[in-house]
Design a protein around this ligand. Structure first.
Ligand code: ADP
Ligand code: MG
Length: 710
């Protein structure tokens, strides 16, 4: 798209070497070390920290806690000490409090005498450590106090990502600041025009774009900096939402779908006569959302989120009945055979006495049975097909598939999901993906921002919350006692061991050793133990699972293969060994295997005594809450968005300023505003949206790995 605004070369596209004081050597260095080529690159490489040049710590008050501090003091001595590898330079810095600390350098020693002068006052920044009662900073950032004030009036100084090479060649913090000042000397207001519509800037009281960019680099005070950060975070999230919502619009306009206009006799009969419990408010709301979606005449692409045990299967089933009522078939795919068969059994039971044909397909349905099933499916004699990824094989042909549901969607790849789309002509089936790994709201709005999202945020009534306790290894005996107690009451127990993915043999060894121990503590014939691990053949695994499910064994020892969906309501105690080696969402999934019946259930987290700070926080979170959404939020805070399930490949999350763990409110506003604008002007063709449209094109090209997620 050629528009007046893009046809002339922007100043920001010019190379950094056009700046005053930047020769080819410096420009090359910036390109090599930081991939900064143009003035725009320089502008958008924001500082990662600011130093308040007016605030100093008095040395006498310092209690070292690993934090970096700023100190102003006089350099009183400098000495070269040690030999060979221990060779170093030490300096003493004394401040107004009268106390002193030591500065230490191991590198560049020969330069230091030239760089720093005894008797001068310096502003020093660095992590203060304590050795033998002596405070010291190793490789401090140091600047002459007299020069700092002169460079600019700003009390806040930006600090940029740097490298050792850059630091050596006068492109350290100070050099970079000079560069930025030169850049802003050159930029005129017209070079940084507003791209957001005026109504938005005024309505949200946003700082103008030009001022925000300047304040982000050279803030005169805290208030200007806060305003600048708010403005640029909003812009970033707003552009992302605009793009995601545009993608969604394109999909809705281009991909027509069947309109399931009516709720008919099947749904009504089920709802009035068959359903064994009252739906929760959340289930009802979600069903209404789905029903509206199915009636619009465009293909539904909806993500259904609900915590473990929130009753997603029922919502899935009732959505399938809507398809049946409109004369279509429906299918539901689950990631494991165990889970798929569980759905088959459960759904058949729900539908008993109704004239609906339900079938099951997996890799283990073979030969004649398979051929017969496929024929019936193509003839339209089967209404609901449940199964594993066998469903997406090309030989599986439906007569008219109206709705495809994918359970535990995070276990499937994007490609596998896409294969369901082509299972029907002329329109693709409606698609509902369900996940029990709760996704924080902010992440759902970004990583899945082009899907519609429904949330079941309420558990069915009458559940006794699972009691979670943490035990360190030396209290294992008590854990075994608790397991014995539960088994004595006729219940069953899980014991889960971690998986070391790089070394399956070691895993197996660890599991075997643990098994030896367990057999001694829980001897036959009083106790029967099942073992399930990832190396077993599927048949053997299913066999053991089935024995446990039938109550023939009381203890299930397993690696994380049981993580998803398995339903054994009689199991009431889950012990997780080496808890510190599991992630939060995994722990939550594992815990969800108990608490499925009426009895009170327990989850025991075993760990070693010594724990990292993060492990400790994970365990505290698990003990503190059973709410999957709260756990997901904590996970996001602890690990950052890049690590969460299903988002790794998305590329959506490479943001400069915004932080999904913290900026939920701004994100919500950004999405609302983006929606409002696209409702009025879906193509961003109005004159007041021109600058925005142009910028969006450019910005989105720059986001690496951008692609459709659904
Ligand atoms: P998940 O969302 O984890 O897939 P399920 O669909 O397996 O959860 O439901 C868990 C259990 O809760 C099942 O035994 C189901 O019958 C029961 N259940 C679902 N909805 C309700 C409800 N509204 N009231 C009572 N029990 C319910
Ligand atoms: Mg489920």
């Amino acid at each position: 798209m050629i528009t007046p605004a893009t046809s002339k070369v922007s100043l920001l596209d010019k190379p950094i070497a056009t700046l005053h004081g930047v020769g080819p050597a410096k420009a090359n260095l910036l390109a090599e070390e930081l991939q900064l080529f143009t003035l725009g690159d320089l502008l958008y490489a924001y500082p990662f920290r600011y130093v308040d040049r007016t605030k100093f710590h008095a040395i006498i008050d310092i209690i070292p806690n690993g934090e970096a501090l700023q100190i102003k003091g006089k350099l009183v001595t400098m000495n070269q000490v040690g030999e060979g590898r221990g060779k170093r330079m030490t300096g003493r810095l004394r401040d107004e409090s009268g106390a002193a600390l030591e500065l230490v350098w191991f590198r560049g020693i020969h330069l230091l005498y030239r760089m720093y002068k005894i008797g001068e006052e310096y502003i020093v920044y660095g992590k203060v450590e304590q050795f033998n009662n002596r405070l010291s900073i190793t490789h401090p950032e140091m600047e002459l106090a007299a020069r700092v004030g002169n460079l600019d009036q700003a009390t806040f100084e930006p600090v940029y990502a740097s490298t050792e090479k850059l630091n050596k060649r006068a492109l350290d913090a100070r050099g970079r600041r000079k560069l930025i000042k030169a850049l802003f000397d050159k930029l005129k207001p017209a070079d940084l025009p507003e791209i957001l519509p005026r109504s938005l800037v005024q309505g949200l009281r946003l700082m103008s774009r030009g001022l925000a960019l300047k304040n982000l680099h050279l803030p005169p005070d805290q208030k200007s900096l806060d305003g600048a950060i708010r403005r640029m975070k909003f812009e970033e999230l707003f552009l992302l939402q605009l793009r995601l919502l545009q993608l969604k619009l394109v999909r809705e306009n281009q991909i027509a779908g069947y309109s399931f206009g009516s709720i008919g006799t099947i749904f009504t009969e089920f709802f009035e006569e068959k359903i064994p419990f009252e739906l929760t408010g959340a289930q009802k709301r979600v069903l209404r959302e789905i029903r509206t979606d199915l009636g619009r005449g465009v293909q539904m692409n909806r993500l259904l989120q609900g915590d473990v045990g929130s009753g997603k299967t029922m919502v899935g089933l009732m959505s399938m009945l809507m398809a049946l009522d409109n004369g279509f078939q429906a299918c539901m795919m689950a990631p494991t055979e165990i889970l798929a068969y569980q759905h088959y059994e459960g759904i058949q039971e729900y539908l008993e006495g109704m004239d609906i044909k339900v079938a099951f397909l997996s890799g283990s349905v073979k030969g004649k049975a398979r051929r017969a099933l496929l024929e019936q499916l193509e003839e339209g004699e089967i209404d609901i097909l449940l199964g594993t990824h066998a469903l997406i094989e090309p030989t599986v042909v439906f007569k008219n598939l109206g709705l495809a549901i994918i359970d535990e969607q995070h276990r499937f790849g994007v490609k596998q999901r896409a294969k369901l789309w082509v299972k029907n002509k002329p329109y693709p089936p409606h698609v509902l993906v369900m996940t029990a790994t709760p996704i924080p709201r902010t992440l759902a709005m970004t990583a899945y921002g082009d899907l519609d999202v429904s949330v079941i945020d309420e558990l069915p009534p009458g559940r006794t919350p699972i009691k979670t306790v943490h035990f360190t290894n030396h209290r294992r005996e008590r854990v075994f006692g608790r397991i014995r107690d539960e088994i004595a009451k006729g219940r069953q127990a899980y014991i889960v061991y971690p998986l070391i993915e790089e070394n399956e043999n070691l895993d197996l060894l660890a599991l075997e050793e643990a098994y030896e121990e367990m057999v001694q503590r829980f001897p036959v014939p009083d106790y029967q133990i099942s073992v399930v691990h990832g190396r077993m053949k599927p048949d053997a695994k299913d066999f053991e699972m089935a024995r446990f499910k039938a109550g023939e064994t009381q203890i299930m020892m397993a690696t994380t293969v049981i993580e998803v969906g398995v339903n054994v309501p009689n199991a009431t105690i889950m012990t997780i060994v080496h808890t510190e080696r599991f992630g939060l969402s995994q722990l939550h999934q594992l815990r969800g295997r108990v608490g499925r019946g009426a009895e009170e259930s327990f989850c025991i987290l075993l760990s070693s005594v010594k724990l990292s700070k993060e492990s400790r926080q994970r365990i505290d979170t698990m003990v503190g809450t059973t709410d999957g959404f709260k756990i997901a939020e904590a996970d996001l805070r602890l690990r950052g968005p890049g690590m969460l399930d299903g988002t790794r490949q998305s590329g959506v999350l490479q943001m400069r300023l915004a932080d999904l763990a913290q900026d939920g409110i701004i994100l919500g506003v950004a999405r609302e505003k983006a929606k409002e604008i696209l409702e009025v002007d879906p193509k961003l063709a109005l004159p007041e949206h021109l600058a925005l449209a142009v910028h969006l094109e450019k910005y989105m090209r720059a986001v690496k790995g951008w692609g459709r997620i659904s």
